[in-house]
Design a protein around this ligand. Structure first.
Ligand code: ASP
Length: 314
């Protein structure tokens, strides 16, 4: 694997391989000393041009736990704030001998463009409203573990509802692509104002009525209302949004046995998800966070570990 830019780049076999390696990495998370020599001598630069808690920290931990040298570069504090272009900043770091860039950028498509400039591997850690492939991988990892614990295997026939602000979400695109490759059925639930254009071509059932699908799904993935990307009113009031699209305590009670709750975080508690749902025993939200480190270790391993003849050797 040269880069990880989109969930669409991954075959079912590659997803399986990443999840299986992540399972091994997951064992390490339970140990007191979390260090493998796997990526010793490799340098990973996290370039985050947009805010992040989970993704940036987990990529940094993932690199460190595999003994890579990890460096964080934010737009503020780098020469980008002096007017240097992203391309020149990346070429400068690439010339120093960086092996992998992990990039988050507010513009859709910016990470794929950046991958064309450098010799190093590139991972898309979220580009605008486009994609966030490692989020979809870690969601799949947490969901797979949940169903394995319940004694069921396989994705085919599993129904996953993705609910809320789909318009501004990169998580939904990556999840649709990845889950459909795995064979799950994805149901998209949102008010008409928060559906992306062209969504009818994604090959998923689309509904505005959460209550009509809630009782039949195996996973309900609630998405954050991304107020920082909204100009203007997408729904009349927060109260009305919660009434129609929030995972309220009443809706929580209507989920079927074994159904899991996911949310990529950060959450707006009380808006798209109630505390009762977020903290319920069937909530995988903290499992998703834990999975973030194991899956990102696995992704870095798949890019940089072993024979890196395709990559940034110089
Ligand atoms: N953390 C996720 C992302 O970066 C979801 C969100 O921000 O709501 O896309």
């Amino acid at each position: 694997m040269r880069h990880l830019l989109s969930a669409a780049d991954l075959t079912g076999e590659q997803i399986g391989s990443i999840l299986n390696t992540a399972e091994e990495m997951h064992q390490l998370q339970g140990r007191a000393i979390k260090k493998l020599p796997t990526l010793r001598g490799r340098t990973v630069v996290n370039m985050f041009f947009e805010d992040s808690t989970r993704t940036r920290t987990s990529f940094e931990m993932a690199g460190k736990w595999m003994s890579a040298d990890t460096i964080n570069v934010a737009a503020k504090g780098s020469s980008v704030s002096k007017g240097e272009s992203m391309r020149d900043t990346m070429l400068t770091l690439d010339a120093m001998g960086v092996d992998c860039f992990v990039i988050r950028h507010p513009s859709s498509g910016a990470v794929a463009q950046a991958a064309g400039w450098v010799r190093a591997h590139v991972v898309n850690a979220g580009d605008g409203t486009h994609e966030h492939p490692t989020q979809a991988l870690l969601d799949a990892f947490a969901i797979r573990r949940h169903f394995r614990q319940l004694g069921t295997e396989g994705w085919v026939g599993k129904k996953i509802a993705i609910v809320g602000d789909l318009l501004h979400s990169r998580v939904v695109r990556s999840n649709v692509l990845l889950q459909r490759t795995l064979g799950s059925e994805v149901i998209l639930v949102a008010p008409p104002t928060l559906l992306p254009t062209g969504v009818e071509e994604w090959g998923c059932q689309v509904t505005h009525d959460l209550d009509s699908v809630l009782a039949e799904v195996d996973v309900v993935m609630m998405l954050r209302v991304q107020r920082e990307r909204m100009q203007g009113g997408f729904f009349p009031s927060a109260r009305e949004y919660t009434e129609f699209y929030g995972l309220t305590p009443e809706r929580l009670n209507r989920l079927k046995d074994g159904a899991a709750i996911c949310h990529p975080g950060p959450m707006n508690r009380g808006l798209e998800i109630s505390s009762a749902a977020a903290d319920a025993s069937r909530s995988l939200i903290l499992d998703q966070v834990t999975a973030g480190v194991s899956v990102r270790m696995s992704v870095l391993y798949h890019l940089l570990g072993g024979d890196d003849s395709q990559g940034a050797t110089r």
